[in-house]
Design a protein around this ligand. Structure first.
Ligand SMILES: Cc1cn([C@H]2C[C@H](O)[C@@H](COP(=O)(O)OP(=O)(O)OP(=O)(O)O)O2)c(=O)[nH]c1=O
Length: 181
């Protein structure tokens, strides 16, 4: 079993359902969205593109936060994170995680799991503290629901593990469907 992900969250989530990958490989792909690409299609395309070569089962995923049809960036700077959080404050957005699995015989199965996340209105102090904390770095939409941003979230519908980065029910079912025991 190869986990094609550099994300420590994905490894933790996989372990949560009793799967210990034999190998972790960081995928190295261009994650630029295509012009006008819908978020759900993007999450699926990138998850499939992350399936690195390998002999056993390979699992890859991609998480994207979206406000309407707009794909929010994976925040890499405080300015980007501030923009995202300002947009998310006081409203609901969607988080899509694409998950792709390849079996040793080459068959590929994939899913996209969409969830809705609601943020309470953030005041300037909350925003400042969150930006200072740095948890937004590398996160889709500039926040991590499994961290301090949980205090902002007043609504979740869908797959909590999917919002964190790997929808566990769907991942387990894809694996079973491909004959993983
Ligand atoms: C919305 C949200 C995203 N995230 C994270 C999950 C993903 O790691 C990240 C989105 O980036 P991804 O490109 O999905 O993943 P990654 O770059 O971290 O890892 P890899 O490509 O090697 O698999 O945002 C959270 O941890 N919590 C959240 O609540």
């Amino acid at each position: 079993m190869i986990l094609a992900s550099a994300s420590p969250r994905r490894l933790e989530l996989l372990r949560q359902i009793g799967i210990e990958p034999d190998q972790i490989v960081a995928p190295d792909i261009d994650e630029t969205p295509l012009a006008g690409e819908p978020p759900r299609a993007y999450a699926l395309r990138i998850a499939l593109a992350k399936l690195v070569p390998g002999d056993g089962f390979v699992i890859a995923a991609d998480t994207v936060a979206a406000a309407g049809a707009r794909i929010l960036p994976k925040a890499e700077t405080p300015e980007q994170a501030e923009k995202c959080l300002t947009l998310l404050s006081g409203r609901r957005h969607r988080v899509y995680t694409g998950v792709a699995v390849r079996a040793p015989d080459g068959r590929v199965a994939s899913r996209v799991v969409g969830s809705v996340v609601g943020f309470a209105r953030l005041d300037a102090g909350q925003l400042r503290d969150y930006l200072d904390g740095g948890e937004w770095r590398g996160k889709a939409g500039g926040y991590a629901i499994q961290g301090k941003a949980a205090a902002f979230v007043d609504f979740v519908s869908g797959s909590y593990s999917g919002v964190v980065g790997l929808p566990l029910h769907e991942t387990a079912s894809l694996l079973r469907g491909l004959g993983y025991r």
